[in-house]
Each structure stands twice: as structure tokens, then as C-alpha cells.
Write a protein that binds this ligand. Structure first.
Ligand SMILES: NC(=O)c1ccc[n+]([C@@H]2O[C@H](COP(=O)([O-])OP(=O)(O)OC[C@H]3O[C@@H](n4cnc5c(N)ncnc54)[C@H](OP(=O)(O)O)[C@@H]3O)[C@@H](O)[C@H]2O)c1
Length: 284
């Protein structure tokens, strides 16, 4: 039996493999990667590598074995039909008879266009009959804290989210939840709504940034149209800018507030406060 992690060289996947290494012997972990050279550090520590691409179904043909526990980390190629990509993994997992397939999805409350691929994948997974866990991940702190340069430059947090609140958590928190599911028992056919313990508003985020940087940083709420224009002006393709504006509209409606408590329950500790992610980003 192996624990198999796709997207292992992505941001979330790296946290998952690192945290798995603290819990299980390295030889029980298989990291699925597109480029082996990006995972040389894992291989050096005894993690098995499997090279596969969601766009090439044959690369998954013999990858899984009966009894494996698999984490399917959703892809990031928005223009390549992610549901079809994810089905490649689901079908290979079914053919092999894996014990569990956990999928990193999005909150059940979210209606933004971004969520369509996740709902499509969830449907395919449930229809497959493979024992599943839906890890409906809320937003990452890092979506905001990894992109501080323009905020610091303009002294403004510009979003189109009104007074909406976000229950974000760190990628490491969501990784810990995935690891709890992959190494624990009783998670078959469960759906977890995952988010941080504390929901925050962009005004509060700006205030915390001001406190930690000693600079005047204010929240500047703008309309969806203005926000889309700012993003395309900064070089983002129009379809992607529309996706981000759609997410902010969802935030304004409260769709990224997750109050289930599932994340802290699964990881057995409080989630990482946003202030800690800001501290890490400011230091970096
Ligand atoms: N909850 C949130 O706030 C949030 C935010 C952003 C994204 N997401 C979703 O969560 C996923 C994980 O987040 P992340 O931060 O780890 O994203 P990330 O760093 O962009 O990682 C995406 C991973 O998917 C892999 N991948 C993409 N296309 C693939 C393909 N065709 N075949 C095989 N692997 C493929 C990438 O492989 P390589 O390492 O080879 O590039 C990478 O490892 C994202 O892909 C996205 O679906 C969630």
C-alpha cells in the first residue's frame, strides 16, 4: 500500500509530502510529478517518484495499486478542461482498486465560475464508486500574502469584495488535513468543508498589514468592472481577471466563510491566523 500524491511539486503538494514524511516511512509515499528534477529532494529522502501528466492518460495506466490511498490535487491548467484531466486519475484509480481517493475541491457554498471544475470532478468521483474524501478547501492565506508588492507600493488593498469576509487558512493547514485523511481511518465517503477558524474582512487585513509594516495601508473597495480593469491593466488575461472578479463577488456574498470547524477538527489544533502568514510574508 502506498500513499500517492499528485501535484506533488506544487505549493500544496510539497507541504503534503513534507508532512507525510513526518508520519510514515518515505518508501510508502509516491510523489506524482511531471518533472522529476523538481522532486530530486524528495527522491533523495527515499520518496518514490512517478512521472505522469493529467493530459496523457496512459501515464496513469499502471501508476496505482490496489489498496493505495491517493490524493488528487486539482490541476491549474484552467484552459485544458480540468474535469477531463481529473477523470483520467479517477478512472485509473478505479481500475486499480485503490482504497481511497481524496480530492482537493472548493467550498460547497461557492458559486463563482471557478467552482464548476470542482463540482464536475466531485460528480465524476462519486459516480465512479471509488471510496472518496472531498477536501473542500477554502481560500489560502497565501493567495493574498504572496502578492504584497503592489499593496505595499500603492499603500492599498484593492478588491471588489465589499465588506465580505474570508475564512482563509494556510496551505500548510490544508496539507495537514489531507495528511490526516491519508494516514487516518474512517474518512471514506466523507465531505469536509475546510476553512480557517477566523473569518476576516479586507479592511481588517489592511489594518493588520499597516500594523506589521508600520505603513499606512487602507482597503480600497472597487466595483467588479474597475477591478477587472485593474487586473487586465496589470497584464492578466481578461478571462482570468473575470474569474478573480467573480471570486470577489462570491466573497461579498459570504460564500467563502466556512464555519464548519472541520479543518481545526481534522488537524487537531487551531488553524494558522492570517496575521502569522502576513508576518512570514513581510519577513520574506
Ligand atoms: N484554495 C485556494 O485558495 C486555491 C488557490 C489556488 C489554487 N487552488 C487549487 O489548488 C491546487 C493546488 O494548489 P497549489 O497552490 O499547490 O497550486 P500550484 O502550486 O499551482 O500546483 C498545481 C500542481 O498541479 C500540477 N499539475 C498541473 N497540471 C498538471 C498536469 N497536466 N498533469 C499533472 N500535474 C499537473 C502542477 O505540476 P507541476 O509541479 O509540474 O507544475 C502542480 O504540482 C491548484 O492547482 C488549484 O486547483 C486553490
Amino acid at each position: 500500500m502506498s500513499i500517492v500524491v499528485t501535484g506533488a511539486t506544487g505549493h500544496l503538494g510539497r507541504h503534503v509530502v513534507e508532512q507525510l514524511l513526518e508520519k510514515v516511512p518515505a518508501e510508502q509515499i509516491t510523489a506524482v510529478v511531471r518533472d522529476e528534477s523538481k522532486a530530486a529532494d524528495f527522491a533523495a529522502r527515499g520518496v518514490k517518484l512517478a512521472v505522469a501528466d493529467y493530459n496523457a492518460p496512459e501515464t496513469f495506466d499502471t501508476l496505482f495499486s490496489a489498496g493505495d490511498k491517493v490524493l488528487l490535487i486539482s490541476g491549474n491548467e484552467f484552459d485544458k478542461g480540468r474535469v477531463g484531466q481529473h477523470k483520467v486519475v479517477i478512472e485509473a484509480a478505479k481500475a486499480a482498486g485503490v482504497a481511497l481517493l481524496a480530492y482537493t475541491s472548493a467550498p460547497g457554498t461557492l458559486t463563482a465560475a471557478l467552482v464548476d471544475d470542482h463540482r464536475g470532478t466531485e460528480e465524476a468521483l462519486l459516480a465512479s464508486g471509488v471510496p472518496y474524501t472531498l477536501l473542500r478547501n477554502g481560500w489560502y492565506h497565501e493567495n493574498y500574502t504572496e502578492n504584497l508588492a503592489p499593496v505595499l507600493e500603492h499603500g492599498a488593498v484593492v478588491q471588489a469584495a465589499g465588506d465580505g469576509r474570508v475564512s482563509s487558512a494556510s496551505r500548510a493547514d490544508y496539507a495537514a488535513a489531507a495528511v490526516a485523511v491519508l494516514t487516518g481511518e474512517g474518512h471514506e465517503n466523507q465531505t469536509y468543508e475546510l476553512g480557517g477558524d477566523e473569518a476576516w474582512s479586507f479592511a481588517e487585513y489592511a489594518a493588520e498589514l499597516s500594523k506589521q509594516t508600520g505603513r499606512e495601508i487602507a482597503y480600497s473597495p472597487v466595483s467588479a468592472e474597475a477591478y477587472t480593469g485593474i487586473l487586465t491593466g496589470a497584464g492578466l488575461p481578461a478571462p482570468l481577471a473575470a474569474v478573480f472578479a467573480g471570486v470577489d463577488a462570491s466573497i461579498e456574498k459570504g460564500e467563502l466563510v466556512v464555519s464548519s470547524g472541520d479543518l481545526s477538527r481534522l488537524i487537531g489544533r487551531p488553524t494558522t491566523p492570517l496575521a502569522d502568514a502576513i508576518t512570514a510574508a513581510v519577513k520574506a
